[in-house]
Design a protein around this ligand. Structure first.
Ligand SMILES: [Mg+2]
Length: 506
């Protein structure tokens, strides 16, 4: 639907900045927006009350092509690791697997395990290296059940930039177990991998390649420029708040925005303020002044600084500011908790997840029917046991009044019911086997190692829990907002307790 908008000449010719009422009316109908492009609501958000909208750059405005960027970071990290003592040539043979890690996982550095937790921090899936741990293995290692996060022992995958390093660590654990890397503990290997990928980001090993051919690493989004324009025309002040440096932003945002709309010759024209090298998360607490990077009066391009300073320059604060970011803590949690900004989380994996949900509809229906069959069988078994209990009570309480043939009939019926229960128990076990097989099948359709990024067993995953706890709204990309009014009221459905559910429907 949004692609059709780009071709709409009326939309592009809009000099006044006002969008046709017809078009707005069409767009306001949320039901017509494909689920893949929808904005999802964790907390109600009135865009009409928002005066300034900020954006992170990497993985938010600029969406990387998953495999190329991860492979680039992975290869650069492996190269740096091989230059360190103690890592054999066999490390160079490790192949990158983009399914090897997802957002929200926890690395247990000491044990060499990688864990997927549910919302309540119970371990749902765990690997030691590439070996899937059984439920009893999990209980052995995590007997407390709920994982208490300790930054000395654990590492949380909060940004998409961390995905390649975790896969490398997983493979190194295999090599350490196979005695191919002697004298290295799991924890040391993790420290080395972290240091190498940081170095690769810092010394330009990764950036130089991206800058040389941005088209290989970024998804071009024809609706991004239009979305920013639409916000501006609705009177919102826009700002950029990124940890990236100006030379990198010039290439990345230049590739995505320069020359896309006549009104905005370069990416800088879209933003009232741009903060580069912000140094999030210390940006939110340090007192350092911002350094102007341009000679405009007042300056609009800055390096570093701090959040109070940014708020003062914007002239609005608190819930009048909406910030788009992808980093669970640095973009979403801190801005919300510390400054009461409203938050919109960009979850690039959301589109693939929703497409899998849609594609696997048949399998999900099959599973749903199996669950119904399981519940119906449970009910039949319970009824049969009740009948047996009733027959026994009848025999005991009315023994004296019953004839021999009555008693024989009662015994025969009880025996038959027992045989029926045995059959039902067998059927139930067959259904449960089918459920397990289908569940495993469905799990793999999302990700062969980790299943759905958003669920963990019967619960939502830790990652999904973070999104619903910290982000006001979430969506796959910034330009999904184009299909909504810039003054849209994203209204959350009223939350209810399970005992209220039947009334909530009315
Ligand atoms: Mg980012």
């Amino acid at each position: 639907m949004t692609d059709a908008l780009v071709r709409d000449s009326h939309f592009l010719d809009d000099e006044s900045g006002l969008f046709s009422e017809d078009l707005e009316g069409l767009l306001r109908s949320d039901q017509r927006i494909d689920r893949v492009h929808k904005v999802y609501i964790s907390r109600s958000l009135k865009l009409s009350g928002v005066r300034a909208i900020g954006f992170d750059m990497d993985h938010t405005l600029a969406l990387y092509k998953k495999r190329p960027i991860e492979e680039l970071a992975f290869t650069a990290t492996v190269r740096k690791l091989l230059a360190r003592p103690g890592y054999p040539e066999s490390v160079a043979a490790i192949e990158y697997d983009p399914a090897g890690c997802v957002r929200g996982l926890i690395v247990d550095k000491d044990k060499g395990n990688v864990l997927k937790l549910d919302k309540y921090n119970y371990v749902a899936v765990a690997y030691h290296g590439t070996r899937l741990l059984s439920h009893s293995d999990i209980l052995k290692d995590y007997s407390e059940d709920v994982l208490r996060f300790d930054p000395n022992k654990h590492y949380s995958v909060d940004t998409l930039f961390s995905i390649p390093e975790v896969w490398l660590f997983i493979k190194l654990v295999d090599l350490i177990d196979g005695k191919k890397i002697p004298n290295k503990s799991y924890a040391q290997a993790f420290i080395d991998v972290r240091a190498c990928i940081d170095e690769a980001h810092r010394d330009g090993s990764i950036k130089q390649k991206v800058v040389a051919s941005p088209e290989q690493y970024f998804d071009e989004d024809p609706n991004l420029a239009l979305t920013l324009h639409k916000f501006r025309m609705a009177g919102k002040r826009l700002f950029l708040l990124t940890n990236s440096a100006l030379d990198y932003a010039d290439v990345v945002l230049g590739f995505l925005l320069n020359g896309k709309l006549p009104k905005y010759p370069t990416w800088r024209d879209y933003f009232d303020l741009s903060i580069l090298e912000a140094g999030k998360p210390s940006f939110y607490k340090r007192p350092d002044p911002a350094i102007p990077l341009d000679s405009a009066e007042p300056a609009v391009l800055f390096k570093g600084g701090n959040a109070q300073d940014l708020v003062a320059r914007l002239g609005v604060s608190g819930d009048r500011i909406l910030y788009f970011g992808d980093h669970t803590y640095d973009d979403i949690l801190r801005t919300k908790r510390q400054f009461n900004w409203r938050t919109a989380m960009i979850v690039p994996g959301l589109a693939a997840e929703i497409k899998t949900n849609q594609k696997e509809g048949r399998l999900r229906t099959e599973l749903f029917k199996l669950f119904q069959e399981r519940d119906a069988t449970y009910l039949k078994i319970t009824k049969s046991y009740n009948n047996i209990a009733k027959a026994r009570a009848d025999k005991i309480h009315n023994f004296a009044r019953k004839t021999q043939s009555d008693l024989a009939r009662l015994d025969r019926r009880t025996r038959e019911t027992f045989l029926e229960v045995i059959k039902l128990e067998k059927h139930l076990s067959d259904v449960m086997i089918k459920i397990n097989v289908r569940n495993r099948d469905l799990f793999r359709r999302y990700n062969k190692y980790w299943g759905s990024e958003f669920s963990a067993g019967n619960e939502i995953s830790r990652f999904a829990g973070q999104i619903s706890d910290f982000a006001c709204v979430y969506t796959g990309k910034v330009s999904n907002l184009l299909a909504y009014s810039p003054n849209k009221y994203f209204q959350k459905k009223r939350s209810v307790m399970p005992h209220e559910a039947e009334y909530a429907a009315h």
